[in-house]
Design a protein around this ligand. Sequence first.
Ligand code: ZN
Length: 283
Amino acid sequence: MLGSVVPDRSRACPACALRVRQTRCPRCGADTVDLRDRKERRVVSLRLAARPAEGPREGWVGDVVATYLRWGVPAVAALGAGILMYLHGLAAGIVGLLMGFFGQLVLVPVVAGGTAVASWVYHAGRGRPARSLRIFDEPAPEGDEIVGVVRVRRPVSSPLSHTPCGAYRLVGRTSVAAVDEAAAGELLVETPEGAFVVEARHAQVRLEPPTTHPVVRPDAALTKLLEERSLEPTRGPVHLAERILRDGDRVRVRGVRSSERREDGYRGHEDAARIDAFVLLDG
Ligand SMILES: [Zn+2]
C-alpha cells in the first residue's frame, strides 16, 4: 500500500502568478488557492488572463498606424526634405518633400501590414493566460543533517514510470509552464551512527533532476497530476523526466531530530531515532 502523497505546489497566488505549496502566499501574504479544485483553477486562469494594460487586437493595429500617420508621416517627410535641402539646395529640397509625401503611399501599407502580422503572431495563442504560474522556489531551511543509505518504508509511486520509491522529482515543461513536482514517503536511513526513521512527506525534494526532458504522452494519472497544477498537459507537447530515490541510494536529509517510541511497532525500530525532514538532497 502506497503512502499518501502530499500535494506539491498544487496551490497558487494569482496576484503574484506563483505556484506554491503554502496556504499563504510567501510573497504577498494573501491566501492561496487550491488548484486541485476545478472551479478554483478556472478562477486563477481567468485572473491570469486579465490583461488590464492592453487593448484588444484590432485596437493595437489601429493605434500603431494612427500614431505613425500622426507623427511618422510628417517626420519622415520633413527629415528627407531637410537632408536633401542641405545637400542640394532649395529646389531639390522641394522635390524631396514631394518624394517624401508620395513615399508614404508605399510606407503606410507596409507599416500597417507589418503591424498586423506582428499582432497576429502575438495573439496566435489567444485564449491562453497572458501570464502563466511560475514555480515559487522556496528557500531550503537549515537543520540537523544525516547522510546514509535509503531503505524505503512507505513508498510513493513515481508519476512517469509508476515505480514505488522513497521520493521522486518530476521536471520538465508543458506548453504553458515549467514542471518541477515532487513527493516523498517515509524512509529508513542507515548512517554510521545508526538508523534513522525519516518522515519525508513534507520535505522539499532537491535531488539532482535529470537534465534532458523527452516528450512523453501522459497517462490518466499523470494528466490529472499536471492538470491539478494548472499545467494544462492537453494543450501541447509535454516534456518530462523523473528522478527517483530507491532502496540503496545515498541521501542527505536535513530536518529536526527526535526520538520516540513508535506506536505502530515497526519491529527493531520501536525506539528509533527520527528525523522530520525539511529537505532531501543527494548524499
Ligand atoms: Zn502573492
